[in-house]
Design a protein around this ligand. Structure first.
Ligand code: HEC
Ligand code: HEC
Ligand code: HEC
Ligand code: HEC
Ligand code: HEC
Ligand code: HEC
Ligand code: HEC
Ligand code: HEC
Ligand code: HEC
Ligand code: HEC
Length: 469
């Protein structure tokens, strides 16, 4: 049933004298209108007095820059007439040199668009993926061409397999090494011992000064050369030092050359140096044993291919020549060839030096470059030290069974994605944003910065509490 009310009855509900009596809320409105701006001004001036310009700040600065908080103008370059302008690259560049990415990039974003400030104690280098994908999701270059993948949206989304692991990738190394043979149990070690090699016997980061078990003497490694790199490794132990004959092979692979000289070895050096060494040693020998000139005995060592017909020498010079030729024949075709590829006149060294009557006039063979790669992923950074909790072959799964130098033993992207995902630590993964593995700046071109500021230009001291004496 509907209630019926007349207009008069309704009108009675309104107090016609409402403007005479002040309502409590209306009274407060007045005082609030006065007090709130007043309080804000008091708060603002207190901050101004205590902390200079921090009152205008939109949040505290990153760890590295916190010390400059009072000096806004270091970054917010003051323009005549205006108050604080936007941050300019110039402000940053007075303290940093941060060379741009690539000359082929179509535009250069501002420093501040990637290194976001006033977000509390954040790491500035931890940039968002968007700053990279603004270009890399659909990569355009100035020249119109690029050898790199053009659509990368995230580490778990459209990131290409690493270049060396794509089809046809080969290890360009010139040293023959069969990992499987060397990692077998009971390998013949020095002095007829039986040993079990580990990765650590041949691979350690540069700069680790520990004894190498299969070298003659303790040998400190030279640091991995990075002068041609555009990247700066974050850690001295990031990469493995390339193996060296003297520190990793010499203990088991002898370079002895003739029983006449006992266990003496030829120097592990250029062919010409070995050649000169042999001439000197045989000359010294025949000087001390002139009666041996008429001896025709060949070295007792097993030789590859057909043995040379022993040749009788008529004088000391000829004796030295014949002995050097025979010894080199064994060295080049057996000793050195075990690990190296030898070339002569542009072709593989053939086993026919004995048939050649004028062997002495043949050019000395050349040894192919060792060419051991120290940076497999030159367009990314990697750090073994950060992964020291893992066994070597947990990543290099193919190493223990690899028989050829040409095999690529570097892990592929699937393995990294087990731990690294774009979502990162918040979803219980390792960091997977671009900056973790890539550099934006071409640090090779970084110039030294000569600081222009006086202390008082960096610190005003306003907010500093008195020091305890
Ligand atoms: C180490 C450099 C640096 C210093 C010092 C610095 N700022 Fe900033 N500030 C930035 C960067 C970078 C941005 C973001 C870039 C932009 O928007 O131009 C920014 C942005 C701002 C903004 C815009 C709001 C926003 O979040 O976009 C304000 C307001 C501001 N700063 C105030 C201050 C004040 C006030 C000070 C001094 C107390 C100060 N800043 C000191 C680097 C700095
Ligand atoms: C008054 C000098 C000064 C100015 C101006 C300055 N910085 Fe810095 N910045 C430093 C110092 C000092 C460090 C810490 C030492 C270091 O790592 O080189 C640092 C560190 C950094 C780092 C590495 C630290 C991190 O958290 O990742 C980045 C990135 C950086 N600055 C970017 C910038 C950018 C972008 C600007 C301009 C908005 C800027 N800086 C302005 C002095 C300055
Ligand atoms: C302004 C556009 C632009 C931005 C932003 C940009 N890149 Fe690039 N990037 C390029 C261009 C252009 C190339 C070079 C292509 C060429 O010359 O073939 C390139 C090349 C690369 C390469 C391969 C070559 C190398 O330098 O090793 C990587 C990796 C890379 N960028 C990562 C990044 C990361 C990570 C970020 C974000 C921090 C980023 N890029 C931001 C344009 C950009
Ligand atoms: C007897 C010494 C020796 C031992 C032991 C050894 N390596 Fe190597 N390794 C070498 C030499 C020499 C090279 C360079 C020649 C080549 O590229 O194959 C090399 C190359 C490599 C490379 C880079 C070459 C590529 O093709 O990817 C990786 C990765 C590697 N080794 C991992 C391992 C791991 C993992 C172990 C242990 C399971 C191991 N190595 C044990 C001597 C050794
Ligand atoms: C612990 C002793 C030991 C060390 C150290 C060692 N080797 Fe060997 N290597 C051997 C033995 C033993 C053989 C013969 C294995 C066989 O035929 O079963 C061999 C065989 C080889 C072969 C012939 C492989 C094949 O496929 O038959 C090459 C090439 C070689 N080593 C290279 C190297 C290089 C390069 C290094 C140093 C980076 C090295 N070795 C370090 C013990 C060693
Ligand atoms: C057991 C394996 C092994 C044997 C045998 C061996 N080498 Fe090597 N050789 C290496 C390794 C490993 C390297 C690369 C690292 C280094 O320089 O020690 C190398 C590098 C070289 C280089 C430098 C190549 C370059 O990149 O320019 C020369 C020259 C050389 N060896 C000469 C010889 C000569 C001559 C012999 C024979 C007398 C010989 N080697 C025997 C393992 C061997
Ligand atoms: C967990 C490490 C990791 C992360 C995170 C990562 N990358 Fe890579 N990226 C690599 C490695 C390793 C390579 C291979 C480098 C090489 O072949 O020299 C590579 C290669 C590239 C290349 C060159 C591809 C080519 O054609 O050879 C580009 C471009 C690239 N990354 C962009 C990005 C961008 C953009 C992000 C962020 C969205 C990113 N990457 C995140 C490790 C990473
Ligand atoms: C998390 C996976 C991972 C683990 C664990 C790992 N590696 Fe690597 N290793 C790599 C990657 C990725 C590269 C390629 C780095 C580059 O050259 O850019 C590499 C490269 C190498 C190389 C070639 C030289 C170099 O530094 O680039 C050798 C040798 C090597 N690793 C040996 C080892 C040994 C020995 C261990 C154990 C102590 C080991 N690795 C553990 C991933 C791993
Ligand atoms: C078992 C998990 C695991 C695997 C697999 C793994 N990583 Fe990592 N990685 C980590 C952890 C943990 C860190 C340290 C994270 C940190 O400091 O925030 C790290 C750090 C890194 C860093 C930064 C190193 C630095 O501090 O400069 C790079 C680059 C990297 N990983 C690349 C790779 C690549 C490339 C692969 C694949 C070949 C790989 N990781 C595989 C767990 C892993
Ligand atoms: C497209 C995004 C981007 C732009 C634009 C950019 N940076 Fe960076 N910056 C990065 C990334 C990612 C890193 C970390 C990787 C590296 O070292 O390249 C970095 C690293 C740095 C570092 C070294 C941090 C450390 O670890 O020591 C400094 C300093 C720096 N940037 C300053 C600048 C300055 C100054 C500008 C402007 C001229 C600038 N950046 C522009 C993305 C950017």
């Amino acid at each position: 049933m509907q209630r019926v009310r007349t207009t008069k009855e309704r009108a009675k509900r309104i107090d016609l004298m409402y403007f005479v009596q002040a309502h409590w809320l209306r009274q407060w409105r007045f005082w609030l209108a006065v007090a709130v701006p007043a309080l804000a001004l008091v708060w603002f001036f207190t901050l101004r007095v205590q902390g200079g310009e921090t009152a205008f700040s939109s949040g505290s600065l990153s760890r590295a820059h916190a010390v400059f908080t009072e000096k806004c103008s270091l970054c917010h370059v003051q323009q005549p007439g205006g108050f604080f302008e936007n941050v300019t690259d110039q402000g940053c560049l007075t303290c940093h040199d941060a060379p741009a990415h690539h000359t082929s990039q179509t535009f250069t974003p501002t420093c501040a668009s990637c290194h976001v400030e006033h977000k509390r104690k954040r790491l500035l280098r931890a940039t968002a993926d968007q700053v990279c994908t603004q270009c890399h999701a659909d990569l355009k270059t100035r020249g119109g061409k690029t050898e790199f993948a053009t659509t990368v949206e995230g580490f778990d989304h459209d990131h290409p397999e690493f270049a060396t692991l794509r089809a046809g990738g080969k290890d360009p190394g010139g040293i023959k090494l069969n990992h499987s043979v060397h990692l077998q149990a009971n390998l013949l070690g020095p002095n007829h011992t039986r040993v079990q090699l580990t990765c650590d016997d041949c691979h350690r980061p540069a700069g680790v000064e520990e004894l190498w078990p299969y070298s003659g003497a303790p040998i400190a490694l030279a640091p991995v050369a990075t002068s041609t790199d555009t990247l700066r490794p974050r850690h001295a132990r990031a990469y493995m030092a390339p193996p060296k004959f003297a520190s990793h092979c010499a203990g088991c692979h002898m370079l002895d050359f003739d029983a006449r000289f006992g266990s003496e070895q030829v120097p592990h050096d250029k062919i010409s140096v070995v050649h000169a060494f042999l001439i000197r040693r045989y000359s010294e020998y025949i000087g001390a044993h002139p009666g041996d000139v008429r001896q025709v005995a060949l070295s007792t060592r097993r030789m590859p291919g057909r043995p040379c017909t022993p040749r009788a020498s008529r004088n000391a010079a000829e004796w030295v020549q014949f002995r050097v030729e025979e010894t080199e024949w064994i060295l080049w075709l057996k000793t050195c060839k075990e690990c190296h590829t030898l070339m002569q006149g542009g072709t593989l060294l053939q086993d026919k030096s004995c048939e050649t009557p004028n062997a002495a006039e043949q050019p000395l063979p050349e040894i192919a470059k060792a060419n051991i790669t120290t940076r497999w992923l030159p367009h990314a950074t990697f750090d073994h030290q950060a992964h020291r909790m893992m066994k070597c072959d947990a990543c290099h799964t193919k190493a223990p069974t690899s028989r050829e130098t040409a095999d690529v033993l570097i892990p592929g992207i699937k393995l990294c994605q087990e731990c690294h995902r774009s979502a990162g630590p918040s979803k219980d993964f390792a960091e997977g944003r671009c900056f973790e593995c890539h550099q934006y700046h071409n640090w090779k071109d970084e110039k030294r910065v000569k600081g222009p500021y006086e202390l008082h230009q960096l610190r005003s001291g306003i907010a500093a509490p008195p020091l305890q004496q």
